[in-house]
Write a protein of this length. Structure first.
Length: 393
C-alpha cells in the first residue's frame, strides 16, 4: 500500500491578466466619401513617416503626388465602396507646412482618421474633427487649380513669416474617386477653439450691398452675421494700440500676398467669445472634461495607465490666445472681457472672367459708387483694409 503524503500539494493561483485596450481602429463614416478620405489619410501619413524629408523642397515637390487604387474591396462594403482611388497632392509640401504650423502628424492623423467627422453648417461641404482642431472642406477643381498656382509662394510666405499669418492654414489636399466621380478635399486648421467657442460670428468683406444675414440664417443656433449687421450692432474690436498695429501689419501683408494672385471676394471671419458668459455656461465638472480626445494622445501613457484618469486642465483665455494665432484677448479696459477670433477665409477666388462679368452686372444694377463685393482685386484689398482699420480700437 502506498502511504499518503503528510503535506498537501500546493495549488497555483491563476495568473492575473491585465486587460489590454483594443487598439484604435479607423472610424468608418456612413458617408463613403469621408470613409475613403479617412482611410487614405491614415495610409498616406503612415507611408510619409518612412520618407526622409529634404532640408529644402525642390520645384518637383510642388507637382508631386501619391496615389493608390483599390479594386474589389468588399470587406466592409456598407461603409467603403468596392472600387476607389485616393490621391494626395504635394505630400512633402503639406508635411512641411504642418511642421511650420507646429502640427504633429500622428496627432493630425488621430484627430481626423480615428473619430467621426461632424458636418459643419448646412452646405454639406464642411466637416469638423471631433476635437474641433481641423476643418475638412469639399472643394471644386477650380479651387485645386488655384491652390496649385499659389502653393509654392504660399509655402515660402508661411516659412518667411514663421507661420504668423491670418490666412488659412492649409494642411493637406486630396482627390477621392468613387464610381468614376472625382471629389476634392482640403484640410485646414479650425479658426475657433473648442474650449472657448464663439458666441457671435460675422463674415465681413468691407462692402454693404446685400451684406445682411437672411432670416433663416438668423434663426440658427450660431448664425453668421454680415457687414450691415455688424454696423447695426455698433460693434468695435477693442484690442489696444499695440495689438491694433500688429493686426493691421499682418493683414496688410496677407492682403498684399493675395493681390499677387488676383485673389478677391475673401472675408474676415470674426468670432467673439464672451468670457463671463462662457463661465456661466460651464459647470465645474465640465472644466475637467477635456480628456485625451482634446490633445489627440493615445489611450495609454508611458506607464501603461489609462489617460482617462488624468483629465487635462482647461487653459486660461490668455494661454489660448498665446497658442492660437487667430485668437486675441480684448484690452483690459474693455467693458466686457472677450476673446476675438480673426482670420481671412475664402481665399481661392480669382478675379477672372466670371468675376469681371459679375462686377459689370452689379455695377449696372447698383451704380458705380455702390460698395459691391465683386470688384478688382487691388480695389478689394484696399477697401478691405480700410474697413479693418475702422473697426479696430
Amino acid at each position: 500500500m502506498s502511504s499518503k503524503s503528510n503535506h498537501k500539494k500546493k495549488v497555483k493561483s491563476p495568473k492575473k491578466i491585465k486587460p489590454v485596450k483594443q487598439k484604435l481602429k479607423l472610424f468608418r463614416s456612413e458617408n463613403k466619401l469621408l470613409s475613403v478620405f479617412m482611410w487614405g489619410l491614415n495610409y498616406s501619413i503612415e507611408q510619409l513617416s518612412h520618407v526622409e524629408m529634404p532640408v529644402m523642397l525642390l520645384p518637383g515637390d510642388f507637382k508631386a503626388y501619391s496615389k493608390i487604387k483599390v479594386e474589389n474591396y468588399y470587406f466592409n462594403e456598407e461603409t467603403l465602396p468596392g472600387h476607389y482611388k485616393y490621391k494626395e497632392y504635394c505630400p512633402k509640401v503639406f508635411k512641411k507646412l504642418r511642421e511650420c504650423f507646429e502640427i504633429d502628424d500622428d496627432q493630425f492623423k488621430q484627430s481626423i482618421a480615428f473619430h467621426p467627422l461632424a458636418q459643419y453648417g448646412d452646405s454639406g461641404k464642411f466637416f469638423v474633427s471631433r476635437d474641433e482642431r481641423y476643418m475638412v472642406k469639399i472643394i471644386d477643381s477650380y479651387d485645386v487649380e488655384t491652390m496649385h498656382i499659389m502653393l509654392q509662394d504660399y509655402h515660402q510666405y508661411v516659412i518667411e513669416n514663421k507661420g504668423v499669418t491670418l490666412l488659412p492654414q492649409y494642411l493637406g489636399m486630396y482627390r477621392i474617386t468613387i464610381n468614376h466621380k472625382e471629389n476634392y478635399i482640403l484640410v485646414m486648421r479650425n479658426v475657433f477653439s473648442a474650449m472657448y467657442p464663439p458666441h457671435k460670428k460675422y463674415d465681413l468683406k468691407g462692402s454693404s450691398v446685400g451684406r445682411v444675414a437672411r432670416d433663416e440664417e438668423k434663426a440658427k443656433e450660431l448664425p453668421t452675421f454680415k457687414d450691415n449687421d455688424f454696423t447695426n450692432d455698433q460693434r468695435k474690436l477693442y484690442v489696444g494700440e499695440d495689438r491694433k498695429i500688429k493686426i493691421r501689419d499682418i493683414l496688410t501683408r496677407d492682403t498684399e500676398f493675395l493681390v499677387k494672385f488676383r485673389i478677391m471676394d475673401y472675408s474676415l471671419l470674426l468670432g467673439i467669445h464672451d468670457i463671463e458668459r462662457g463661465q456661466k455656461e460651464k459647470s465645474p465638472e465640465d472644466e475637467e472634461d477635456y480628456i485625451d480626445e482634446v490633445d489627440g494622445s493615445s489611450d495609454e501613457n508611458a506607464n501603461g495607465d489609462d489617460v482617462d484618469d488624468y483629465p487635462i486642465i482647461k487653459p486660461s483665455p490668455a494661454e489660448v490666445c498665446d497658442n492660437n494665432v487667430y485668437a486675441i484677448n480684448c484690452s483690459t479696459s474693455c467693458a466686457v472681457q472677450e476673446i476675438y477670433y480673426l482670420a481671412i477665409v475664402g481665399v481661392l477666388t480669382q478675379y477672372g472672367t466670371r468675376k469681371k462679368a459679375a462686377h459689370m452686372a452689379k455695377t449696372a444694377k447698383h451704380g458705380s459708387g455702390a460698395e459691391i463685393t465683386t470688384v478688382h482685386h487691388k480695389q478689394y484689398a484696399e477697401r478691405f483694409m480700410a474697413f479693418v482699420s475702422r473697426i479696430l480700437e
